[in-house]
Design a protein around this ligand. Structure first.
Ligand SMILES: [Fe+2]
Length: 258
């Protein structure tokens, strides 16, 4: 069973011509593999506290439709287009939304959807030009976990995303804005009931489950998500300078082969 679940990853690893004698974080990041489970131990988030956070971040925060309308920023971006259309056609439906927890000061207060803010590219481009800040307290478990992993200087952004039951994102590629991008973002399943699918074209479903943490390449592999569970799907996305976690990446790679 384990083998079956890991099969797409194993195939991709072979194709990348990498082996454990030649471990190098940069090769791994740009190898084309669709995901890499990280050898990290995120905290189990208290479900009551998380529910309160989610309420504050997403349910008492009116999405600014004007901002969202401008989110259809590229012809090839299906999600951006379909999201702004759906905001017109289904005004009362709660759609996929994101909220930045760390990032440029101007952006961290906003709740957003569509894909104009592919926060990895935006935050990486502007990291040295804009002041960044946290929008959660220093004792918040999400912040404590991220800070145990990387310094604020090497951090681009941290965001939380909500996907309500029955919601979905059409197959799409995240827009790379001309940057070379591989396994970009750390994905953390903070509230992930069975019935949540994260598919990547050619690789099947990513092995994400509750408390799973790993890198996912959404810039080179078309992907889609759907929430068929009864509860909101909550995930956290951490974008950082990969060299700052080079050892974690290399150790996680080795662990696959054990
Ligand atoms: Fe995406």
């Amino acid at each position: 069973m384990m083998y079956h679940n890991q099969r797409p990853l194993v195939d991709a690893l072979h194709q990348a011509h990498l082996d454990q004698q030649d471990v190098d974080w940069e090769k791994i990041i740009y190898s084309g593999i669709p995901w890499l489970p990280l050898d990290l131990d995120p905290p189990k988030l208290d479900q009551v506290a998380l529910a309160k956070d989610v309420e504050r971040w997403f349910y008492h925060n009116d999405v600014n439709k004007e901002t969202l309308q401008s989110a259809a920023f590229t012809d090839s971006n299906i999600v951006g287009d379909s999201m702004s259309q759906r905001l017109d056609n289904e005004p009362n439906q709660r759609l996929w939304q994101g909220k930045m927890l760390f990032g440029p000061k101007d952006w961290i207060k906003e709740t957003y959807t569509g894909t104009i803010y592919v926060e990895y590219t935006m935050a990486r481009r502007f990291r040295n030009r804009m002041d960044c800040a946290w929008d959660i307290d220093s004792d918040h478990p999400i912040r404590k976990f991220v800070s145990s992993l990387v310094s604020d200087q090497d951090l681009y952004s941290v965001s939380v995303f909500l996907l309500p039951p029955t919601e979905y994102l059409d197959p799409h590629l995240d827009y790379n804005q001309g940057l070379k991008i591989g396994l970009a973002s750390i994905f953390w399943g903070a509230q992930w009931d069975p019935g949540n699918d994260f598919g990547l074209a050619g690789f099947g479903l990513a092995p994400i489950k509750q408390d799973w943490v790993g890198l996912i390449d959404t810039f080179n592999h078309p992907h889609w998500v759907i929430n068929r569970s009864q509860r909101d799907r909550i995930n956290i996305v951490i974008n950082l300078e990969h060299s700052a976690i080079s050892k974690v990446i290399e150790n996680s790679w080795r662990k696959i082969w054990r």
